[in-house]
Design a protein around this ligand. Structure first.
Ligand SMILES: C[S@@+](CC[C@H](N)C(=O)[O-])C[C@H]1O[C@@H](n2cnc3c(N)ncnc32)[C@H](O)[C@@H]1O
Length: 228
């Protein structure tokens, strides 16, 4: 399905935020990583500079860097305004104020945009969307999904979530998803409905605490591995 740019909120997180959201160790970072729904995060740009092998996938990548940045510029004031009107919904330890949040998101999208065209040519950014990925089985050691699954629980149903995670598990030997709350800061209604069938299929599902908490009470990550 073609993505419409005027429906996307292209806010992206940094490499440091990804490390903290997913409890990534140096050893894990050395593995081939597939990062889905990466949007304008700077995880790939910064990680590549550090020598890691990361592929980012997002339907947004059918647009060019200028178009994605224009969309960011069009929505950033409104998003930061919404955050300012709901200060207690957020934990101000990582980003210390709405202004600092804005600066951090601007820094991330700049790193992303500066890297995007060359990264696309190198195959590090590819157009694609869940619940179907165009990669062979077990092509990646680790699959990451930040701020898409579970967060948009009202927009995407349980079947979409289960199909998407099964597809990630087909392509990646281990999958991590963060956060587990929806946009209203409530636990996603899909979480248990996804964990139960995955466990029956022989996967181990662990909900782990992480040090990153920006949405209040949103410091849990789902880690899914195949039991030996
Ligand atoms: C809130 S952004 C998260 C960006 C990044 N992962 C981060 O945490 O900074 C959500 C992203 O999901 C992408 N998206 C929307 N539908 C998708 C789908 N079906 N499959 C994969 N990504 C999708 C959007 O284009 C957008 O870039």
């Amino acid at each position: 399905m073609a993505v419409k740019l005027d429906t996307v909120v292209p806010f992206g997180r940094s490499f440091d935020e990804y490390v903290k959201m997913f409890n990534l160790t140096q050893i894990e970072l050395q593995q081939p990583i597939l990062s889905v729904a990466d949007g304008p995060a700077s995880f790939n740009a910064e990680g590549t500079r550090l020598g890691y092998h990361i592929k980012s996938v997002d339907p947004l990548y059918c647009f060019n860097a200028i178009q994605i940045k224009q969309r960011f510029d069009a929505v950033v004031d409104d998003i930061i305004g919404q955050v300012e009107n709901s200060l207690d919904d957020w934990v101000w330890s990582y980003h210390r104020s709405p202004n600092e949040l804005r600066k951090n998101r601007e820094a991330a999208i700049k790193l992303f945009c500066d890297d995007f065209e060359q990264g696309k040519t190198a195959g590090r950014y590819e157009v694609g969307e869940l619940p179907q990925l165009n990669y062979p089985e077990a092509a990646y050691s680790l699959g990451l999904c930040s701020h898409f699954l579970f967060l948009y629980s009202e927009q995407f149903d349980q079947t979409f979530h289960l199909d998407s995670i099964c597809e990630l598990l087909r392509v990646c030997r281990e999958v991590r998803v963060f956060p587990l709350l929806n946009l209203a800061l409530n636990p996603s209604p899909h979480l248990d409905l996804v964990i139960t069938p995955l466990t029956s299929m022989g996967y181990q599902c662990d909900v782990q605490s992480v040090v990153y908490e920006f949405q209040r009470h949103s410091n849990k990550m789902l880690k899914i591995t195949k039991e030996p």
